[in-house]
Design a protein around this ligand. Structure first.
Ligand code: BGC
Length: 774
């Protein structure tokens, strides 16, 4: 397994660069997310997105509809900026440090093998005495409530007085941008500090949201040391005098250390968060955890962090030869996905992970359709947790279906934190019923890759049945006896509220077939009997679901020989993309939605995704013609698009196109290719880039027939390799010029298919090797 997954960047004093680095160097562990803001802050004229977030913690805010039509959503949840505990001002011999006026040389480092970020600083005072500092931050995976900062300052030329002025601030606001629909439009302080308490080396504050009534405790602990030139630490006792309340909602710790020339002052700041969603007494819980973690050596905590990542990379290792930028970008993408994944209940993966406030911390279909496949293949435990969120919110999805007038079934919200709908514009929000398709597809894919029948019996089948019921209630039989689904929005948000969106009908049929199949196959199990009783579902209803799936209408257009996106799509004029000025993209920021809806122009992959996911939905010729048709009218204004075109091109054997569409998408965030990574990472695209390699280039397929592998080598790669998990085994794909192989790294004998032929790997270490197609 390779190591050295390290990103290093010089920090310039440029606003855009600072903001971008806040995203790239964010620390997260699925519960806590801390943007990579500078501890000492930036001057007032620079607005960055300073933020610390907690997964699944939210405030409820009004979302007034201009016209109050029946059952429109009038409030939404929004992710909160919680207590700022990253603020630490530094004074050296009475001079306040900041990177601009001190002209410090500053490097930012992300170490993905060990799970920390580091900022190193070197500067001189006015008398040319040299100083160095390093600031290491960790959001701990094994202790999801814990975030630490280790701040070290060395004086190289003289004895020095070091002062750490460390803040614990409950009085914080959310970030906003009224000109960007992807961000909240008002800056609000959602939290009110209700209690604070101090001991000799710690402080605890309890803050409460005004409407959702969630209490959030933040406990901050301090340790102070000097380190000699060999690194030996000597602890300095902290007494209560150093910690004081400077105003309501802000506590300050003032820690002075005298160091001799060559020595270091070391300050360690522990932050523990706990909230009332998960804890009955968050204040005491945060105190308890703080005591526990402060009782451990920091080096011990770092070792555990490293061990978690060693195990993760062992499962997920990927290497691309021939493009170092891409290789590093893929490590970064996988690391960010891992950082964003839930380690607690009642939380899922947000569109921006925990790296920023873009999309207000909401969970979309991005989670199940784009991020989850990565976890299914690399960390089935995390995959299972991600799926758990949709079971936890199944009742809310049932209520949501009711609001929409459905008599039975569950309709998951288009965007949410708690399971309630947060979309204010229903044509491209609530009407996107395909969110249900993404979730049923996720349940089935997880089952196919793991064989986890217990999951189906305890949670999965209940979700599948409730989704199947929803489809049955949404659609109807037309005059030709076909089951049709009208007035829904597919993935392409430049076409809304249409009849028979090909993608939606495909995923509905797929989910319904599987709901029936599992119901029948596991029908004798007690758990299944109990489930049918709980849901009041009988053979007659199952038969109706089965029939609707069989008779699902999938539109086909004779003239073009393609699958039309929906019933009316091909009647519309084609948008003149060639003559649309560059500055008018993304179109959504320049054209009224209704105008866009009247053209054949796609924001993102729609029918092409259906063809990729459901290979039986059309024949190869229809898929090829459809691919060519849709590629001419798709803007890829959404970052969820090019990866899908790449995967489908690989599947169709269009290898040059597969490479073209893969293009820069994997590099989007690390190299800020869309110019907006400062708002947070694009989680779905990260998962999409992974799929484009694993499902696309390597041709991994997992279906009822088992596993198949059909790789090719993109021309710009020298080779690539990756590990993945399948049915309890760990496997490794290696592809290089002229040759590809699959190796069993761990687990029992495994059968698989390559190019239609059957192979077996009989024991650990066994390898099958083939000549490459291209
Ligand atoms: C895309 C959606 C996506 C959402 C969040 C939108 O721009 O069109 O498909 O779910 O962003 O990433």
């Amino acid at each position: 397994m390779r190591s050295n997954r390290i990103i290093t960047k010089k920090q310039s004093f440029d606003k855009a660069e600072l903001r971008l680095n806040e995203t790239l160097f964010c620390n997260a562990n699925g519960y806590i997310g801390v943007r990579g803001t500078l501890e000492e802050g930036v001057p007032d004229f620079i607005s960055t997105m300073r933020g610390m977030y907690l997964g699944g913690v939210y405030e409820i805010i009004p979302m007034k509809q201009a016209e109050s039509l029946c059952n429109l959503i009038e409030k939404k949840q929004t992710m909160l900026n919680v207590a700022d505990t990253q603020t630490i001002y530094l004074c050296v011999n009475g001079e306040k440090f900041d990177i601009q006026s001190t002209q410090a040389d500053c490097d930012r480092i992300l170490n993905m093998d060990e799970g920390y970020t580091l900022r190193t600083l070197a500067w001189k005072d006015k008398d040319s005495n040299r100083y160095e500092a390093s600031i290491k931050r960790v959001a701990h995976f094994e202790h999801p409530n814990l975030f630490t900062i280790e701040y070290r300052v060395r004086s190289l030329d003289r004895d020095a007085e070091i002062l750490f002025d460390s803040r614990h601030i409950a009085d914080v606001k959310n970030y906003s941008d009224p000109d960007d629909p992807r961000l909240a439009d008002e800056s609000e302080a959602y939290l009110e500090a209700v209690m604070s308490e101090m001991t000799e080396n710690s402080s605890i504050m309890l803050a409460k949201t005004k409407v959702s009534g969630i209490s959030i405790a933040s406990a901050v602990g301090h340790k102070l040391f000097t380190a000699d030139e060999k690194g030996n630490l000597k602890e300095i006792e902290i007494n209560g005098d150093q910690i004081d309340r400077i105003k309501n909602g802000e506590i300050r710790g003032t820690f002075r250390v005298h160091i001799e020339k060559g020595q270091e002052a070391v300050y360690v700041k522990y932050t523990v968060f706990a909230d009332s969603i998960r804890e009955s007494d968050p204040k005491n819980k945060s105190r308890e955890i703080l005591c526990e973690v402060m009782g451990k050596e920091l080096s011990e905590l770092y070792k555990v962090q490293k061990d978690v990542l060693t195990a993760f990379w062992q499962r997920a290792d990927m290497e691309i030869q021939g493009d170092d930028e891409l290789d590093l970008a893929m490590c970064f993408n996988m690391y960010q996905l891992f950082q964003s994944s839930p380690r607690m209940d009642k939380v899922s993966i947000a569109a921006k992970g925990l790296s920023g406030e873009g999309y207000e911390g909401h969970y979309f279909w991005d989670t199940e359709m784009y991020a989850l496949p990565f976890f299914i293949l690399t960390d089935t435990e995390l995959a299972r947790r991600i799926l758990a969120f949709r079971y936890e919110t199944l009742d809310k999805a049932r209520e949501n279906a009711g609001l929409l007038g459905h008599k039975k079934g569950a309709l998951y919200p288009w965007r949410t934190i708690t399971g309630e709908e947060c979309s204010g514009y229903f044509p491209s929000g609530t009407a996107a019923y395909h969110i249900n398709g993404a979730i049923s597809n996720a349940v089935i894919s997880y089952y196919l890759a793991t064989g986890d029948t217990d999951y189906l019996l305890s949670e999965g089948e209940e979700i599948l049945l409730e989704i199947a019921r929803l489809w049955l209630d949404t659609g109807n039989y037309d005059r030709d006896g076909k089951f049709v689904i009208n007035e829904v929005t597919g993935p392409d948000e430049y076409t809304c509220m249409t009849d028979n969106n090909f993608y939606t009908n495909c995923c509905a049929a797929h989910g319904m077939k599987w709901a029936v199949k599992i119901f029948r196959e596991l029908g004798n199990r007690d758990e299944m009997k109990a489930l049918s009783e709980k849901l009041g579902i009988d053979d007659d209803e199952i038969e109706k679901i089965s029939e609707a799936a069989e008779k699902m209408y999938l539109p086909y257009d004779e003239k073009f020989g393609i699958s039309p996106q929906d019933d009316s799509f091909l009647q519309k004029p084609v948008w003149d993309l060639e003559n649309t000025p560059k500055e008018e993209f993304p179109l959504l920021l320049h054209y009224h939605p209704l105008h866009l809806y009247r053209y054949q122009v796609c924001k993102q992959a729609d029918t092409v995704l259906a063809h990729f996911l459901y290979p039986d939905s059309a024949d190869k010729e229809t898929m090829e013609k459809s691919f060519r048709y849709y590629e001419k009218i798709t803007t890829h204004d959404s970052s969820l698009s090019t990866c899908v075109f790449s995967m489908q091109a690989s599947r169709l054997g269009l290898y040059d196109e597969a490479e073209k569409y893969f293009g820069d998408s994997a590099k989007l965030d690390l190299y800020n290719r869309h110019g907006n990574s400062g708002d947070g990472v694009h989680t779905a695209n990260m998962g999409g880039a992974y799929m484009a390699i694993v499902y696309g280039f390597a041709g991994i397929r997992i279906n009822e027939d088992g596993l198949s592998v059909d790789p090719f080598l993109p021309k710009s790669f020298k080779g690539y390799s990756f590990n993945f998990c399948y049915r309890g085994r760990s496997l490794r794909v290696e592809v290089k010029s002229g040759e590809a192989s699959l190796k069993l790294l761990d687990g029992e004998k495994i059968d698989f298919c390559h190019n239609g032929d059957k192979y077996s790997l009989n024991s650990v270490g066994a390898v099958s090797t083939w000549k490459l197609k291209q």
